[in-house]
Design a protein around this ligand. Structure first.
Ligand SMILES: NC(=O)c1ccc[n+]([C@@H]2O[C@H](COP(=O)([O-])OP(=O)(O)OC[C@H]3O[C@@H](n4cnc5c(N)ncnc54)[C@H](O)[C@@H]3O)[C@@H](O)[C@H]2O)c1
Length: 270
């Protein structure tokens, strides 16, 4: 079983490395023996969770580099650095993404007032940026004839956010979850199927992993409303995400490609 789930020596790339979920994916990969090339935006700050990993793993197994996922030249330079340091990657976790949780806005929006540029940025990072990273890193995996690409989606790729989760937030107009977020993630799921079929003959599998709401700094009322809506009765924790990632990254899923693995505690079953 160790061989089935092990990733010893499998060079792995994780985008959005410095956010909330990045360190969870990275720690999982490192623990199973994969060297990790971690990528984030040049302006991103090194998080405490990531610093902790840097104290546990030295540069021979964990390297941090910076590139905006929307900039091809920067991604190509990052690819060279990854190849020169660790070799051609065989695992790519496309995790970088943007959302707009409550609290990041001074006030809500009316749908008709959402600025075009804000919508565009969500698609640029979540969908087009993911595509660009895949063009640069994934195409090299194709040349090498092996690999597993995991695109991080969301439960909002399949369902619309429930506005009642946010109706306790004092805001006029009311808080509005950005419509572009779910749409950009639905596009990621479709892109996953496209790439899976295109690259299957070249030995590269492409799947999506769509987490439900992950426990974090959400307010208590949100958490309570959200958990009530989840058949398993709680939000996802880091430990819920590790197994699904490992499954998709490793040979345990050798006959799985083009699927969306939804890890949402049953949220979308109702
Ligand atoms: N946290 C959740 O509850 C949850 C649930 C479902 C899906 N997701 C998805 O999981 C992924 C990670 O989420 P998270 O909660 O860690 O988010 P986060 O905001 O904590 O981290 C996202 C990371 O992406 C990086 N990033 C943003 N724009 C970038 C760009 N242009 N170029 C390079 N890097 C960029 C940020 O710097 C950040 O480090 C996202 O794709 C998100 O949509 C998260």
């Amino acid at each position: 079983m160790k061989d089935l789930f092990g990733l010893k020596g499998e060079v792995s790339v994780v985008t959005g490395a410095l956010g909330k979920l990045g360190p969870i994916w990275i720690e999982t990969l490192l623990e199973t023996g994969a060297p990790v090339f971690a990528l984030d935006h040049p302006k991103a700050r090194i998080s405490e969770d990531f610093k902790k990993l840097q104290t546990q793993y030295d540069k021979s197994s964990l390297l941090l580099a910076f590139a905006d996922v929307r900039e091809r030249q920067a991604l190509e330079a990052a690819y060279q650095q990854c190849r020169d340091t660790f070799g051609v990657p065989s695992v790519l976790v496309n995790n970088a993404g943007i959302d707009q949780p409550p609290g990041q806005l001074d006030k809500g929006y009316l749908l008709e007032d959402i600025p075009f540029l804000e919508n565009r940025e969500v698609f640029e990072v979540n969908t087009l940026g993911l595509f660009l990273v895949t063009q640069v890193f994934g195409s090299q995996m194709v040349k090498a004839g092996r690999g597993s690409i995991i695109n991080i989606g969301s439960l909002y790729a399949s369902v619309s956010p429930d506005s009642r989760f946010y109706d306790h937030i004092a805001s006029d107009p009311p808080f509005l979850k950005p419509p572009a977020y779910g749409a950009s993630k639905a596009a990621v799921v479709n892109l996953t199927k496209y790439l899976a079929t295109l690259w299957a003959p070249h030995g590269v599998r492409v799947n999506a992993l769509s987490p439900g709401g992950v426990l974090g700094t959400q307010d208590d009322e949100f958490k309570s409303k959200f958990c009530e809506r989840v058949p398993l009765g709680r939000m996802a924790e880091a430990s819920d995400l590790r197994g699904p990632l490992l499954f998709l990254a490793s040979q345990a899923s050798s006959y799985v490609t083009g699927v969306e693995l939804v890890v949402d505690g049953g949220f979308t079953a109702w």
